[in-house]
Structure formats: C-alpha cells, structure tokens
Design a protein. Sequence first.
Length: 310
Amino acid sequence: MIIRGYEKPLYILPFDHRGSFETGMFGWKGELTAEQTAQIAAAKQVIYDGYQSALAGGAPKEKGGILVDEQFGAAILRDAAAKGFTFACPAEKSGQEEFDFEYGEEFAAHIEAIHPTFCKVLVRYNPEGDEALNRIQAERLKRLSDYLHGANRSLFMFELLVPAEKAQLAKVNGDKKAYDLKLRPGLMIGAIQQLQGAGVEPDLWKIEGLDRREDCEKIVATAKAGGRDSVNCIILGRGEDDQKVREWLATAASVPGFVGFAVGRTDFWQPLVDWRDKKISREAAVKQIASRYREFVDLFESASAGRSQA
C-alpha cells in the first residue's frame, strides 16, 4: 500500500460540471453544436477569471485551486498549468449513477497529457446499495488508484456521494435532511472503509457537508486509518444555499484533518445566470464570483485558526 496524501490547505473553486451546464444553465439536450460548446467554454472562462481576480485581490495562490473538465475547459487547464496554479481535472463520465471513465481505455493518456495536480473522480457509492454495482465501481477505481500511484503521477482526489437507498429514506419518513443528519455520516464511513478494503487509496477525500463536528471527526479518523496519516479531507458545497454552505465550512474547518473546501455552484451559478440573461455585465459576474470565493476562503481560514490540533 503506497500512501502519498495531501496535507496543505486547499481551497478549490470547482466548475467541472458538464451535464448541469448543458441542461441546467442553457437548457440544451442531445449532441452539442460547436457554437453551443463554445458558449459553455466561454461561461467557464468567466468563472476562471473570477478565480484569478480573487487571487489578484489577495486570496492565497498557494492554497487555492480550480477543478475544471477537459471537454469545456481545455484552454483553462493549459493556462492554469502555465501559471503554476493548483488544478484538478475529472476522470468520470458526467451525470451517471455508475462510475466509469470519461475517455474509456484512453483515460491514462488524457491524464498524462494534462498532468493535473489532482485527478478527481465523483462516485455515488452507498455501502448498503447494489453489491454488484459497488464491486464493479470499486474495481475500476482500484485500477485508477493503482495507476495514479505510479511514478510522478497526479494525486488522487475522491468525491464521495452517498445517495439514499429507498429503504434508508423510509427509515426517516422520506426526509432527506434527516437522512443527511442521522444516516449519511455512518454510511459515508462504511463507504470509505469498503473502498479502502478494495484497494482504492485517495490522497484526498472530497466529502459532502456534515452538520455535526463529531461526524467530521469520525470521517477524518476513517480516512486516516491504517497508516494513512497524510490523507486528509475537504468539504464540498453540493450546490446548497449560501447559509448552509457556510455552516458546513465552519463545522469542517474546526476539525483537524479537514484542510479546505470545494465550493462551486454557490459561488458562480447566480452570477452566471444573471450574465447569461444580460442582467449584469461580464465584469460584474467576474467580480461577484471572486467576492464569493474570497468570502469562503476567509470563513474557512478564520474557523480553522481557532481549532486545537488533534
């Protein structure tokens, strides 16, 4: 077992969304035209300019980072590499219940061509879900994990989503907030343990927001178990409203082992919608995205400053 891990602060602005941009932002379905692809790429450039504006305004470059896809963000990925930014790129097909590689058997060639700081996967994995599906996903993820742990390859960022099974939701009378509070934390621990047992070894876990500090502590302990001391976690925003994201960030930041966050849609969605609808200028959208990102950086830094080291 080779453990690398990642121990530095990391404040990610993720905009690797693909399906949600095509249908949610622009209302397009089916094969995109070259013009539609260019429009999405242009929207992502607005977000990237927002990130760069935040750095120019004093957000710490050495702690910051972006996550963007190759399909719509290839030019951004090249620019980020040239500027020495920390950057991540996804390896998964977008919008699928089952993890699979975006570029199939060519996944390694794409990673090597881009050589991102992090290769990221988004995986829906419920430890009490379909056993065959979980096994297939774990086998693919182990293959990626083993590949990435080869010489001088990208670090492995694992975004874990634990969607509720019908029987689990039934236990909380269909209340998704109750599921998030009462059931999901334990299921996340089970998912991490199962994946570790299958030989999947992320350097950094990207974790759905947790309401209780003790649940954050348990997740960190699980991620670090068995000699994985240098493995850490970041908290994600899941497109929640500003207040909920702030609560999640403050809770996670108080726990050693949570080294940062990945908040995307909460930063950029409304400014982009307003720009798309010509309600605000491109410059105003960039400024709003920069401001929102910087607020989350300041919040996390402030909340983590007071914590005691475990």
